[in-house]
Design a protein around this ligand. Structure first.
Ligand code: PMP
Length: 368
């Protein structure tokens, strides 16, 4: 079994997923009485001074970490990343046309939803090879009236990631960073909007963080009347993400994770750790005769690593063996099968090394 504190196990879940232990400890220590307020953050009015400080600091710490320029709003919204599949076309489609790049399950879902609100042009797709690569997007056919170009920058299920952003021919780029948020430095000015559900790299489920360039935020009065008040970015931007009761608990824990990331030295440090960690897993897969990575090397994700054996039966056997040994959630997504190790920011390198040791032994013993 793994030797983690509190008898915890190595959790390879794709989300909700592992969080830094020192953050969980700090949350525990402040659970009954948050910093002398006499109450838990869960019990606190979102209109209180104490909570206002929590949300203000969370936003500022995120701005510091990502170097977010002043002309971008940071919005904390509920409905997960999924609601953004609808809010993006509702808010950003002025001409009613947008280009989407189809690179896996999550961009496909976004495409399906956007079609409800306007014309969707799939400008490139990697569906032909089961989403195992990122298509060449250096010279896309983008119509003049396209409102934006949309990508999912890290496909959580298929394990592909963008190394070079698409040439959008001057259109704004919208990126779903859910499963890579804060995993490496990011030049926010390259995007019109970045968003991500927080339940992978950042905090408790039930919230999405949207970073939106101010000039793209149209007033609710300029949007079609059928757009729900909650779904207008201006509603959140004009009310400090507190038009209604926000997900206070998630904002608080995310804020603690931002402080943790600042303490360890920021996103450059995190990126190097993620590169080193993923290398352990990929080096293993590259030499293994039993386990094979499913993604073209150039586009491999540092966060989600899908792999397969020769059969679904053996995949299932390995999943059961890993679980019994204290490594959880290695079953691949039901839509693709196989196995998947999600090794987000909070997964220690030792966790990946321990998994690799276990898989190596499994392979060695299996041959005997
Ligand atoms: N986009 C990506 C890349 C995801 O991985 C997920 C969730 N796994 C979503 C969107 C949907 O997120 P949510 O469950 O927060 O709606």
């Amino acid at each position: 079994r793994c030797l983690m504190k509190y008898d915890r196990i190595y959790n390879f879940s794709a989300g909700p997923s592992i969080l830094p232990e020192e953050v969980l400890e700090s949350v525990r220590d402040n659970l009954m009485n948050y910093e002398g307020s006499g109450m838990c953050v869960m019990e606190m009015s979102h209109r209180s001074k104490v909570f206002q400080k929590i949300i203000d600091e969370a936003e500022q710490d995120l701005r510091d970490l990502m170097n977010i320029p002043d002309n971008y709003k940071v919005l904390f919204i509920q409905g997960g990343a999924t609601l953004q599949f609808a809010m993006i076309p509702m808010n950003l489609m002025k001409n009613g046309v947008a280009c989407y790049i189809d690179t896996g399950a999550w961009s496909s879902k976004a495409i399906k939803e956007a079609k409800k609100y306007g014309e969707v042009i799939v400008a490139a797709s990697s569906k032909d090879k089961n989403y195992s690569y990122i298509p060449d997007c250096s010279d896309l056919d983008i119509p003049d009236d396209a409102d934006y170009v949309y990508i999912c920058e890290n496909e959580t299920i298929h394990g592909v990631t963008w190394q070079k952003l698409p040439n959008t021919k001057g259109k704004i780029l919208v990126s779903d960073q859910s499963s890579m948020f804060l995993s490496k430095p990011c030049n926010v000015s390259d995007y019109g909007m970045i968003y991500g559900g927080v339940q992978k790299n950042i905090g408790p489920a039930g919230m999405v963080i949207c970073i939106v360039r101010e000039d793209l935020i149209r007033d609710a009065s300029e949007l079609p009347v059928w757009v729900p008040t909650y779904c207008a970015y201006s509603t959140h931007a004009n009310n400090g993400s507190m038009y209604n009761t926000p997900n206070c608990w998630s904002i608080y824990v995310c804020g603690q994770v931002f402080k943790y990331l600042k303490r360890i030295g920021g996103l450059e440090v995190m990126n190097q750790r993620n590169i080193d960690k993923a290398k352990v897993m990929y080096d293993f897969l590259d030499q293994s005769k039993m386990f094979n990575g499913t993604v073209d090397k150039e586009f491999r994700s540092l966060m989600n690593i899908p792999f397969v054996t020769e059969s679904a039966e053996l995949d299932a056997e390995v999943v059961a063996a890993t679980k019994a040994a204290g490594f959880d959630n290695l079953k691949g997504h039901k839509s693709v099968g196989g196995l998947r190790a999600s090794i987000y920011n909070a997964m220690p390198k030792e966790g990946v090394e321990a998994l690799v040791r276990f898989l190596s032994e499994f392979e060695a013993n299996y041959k005997k």
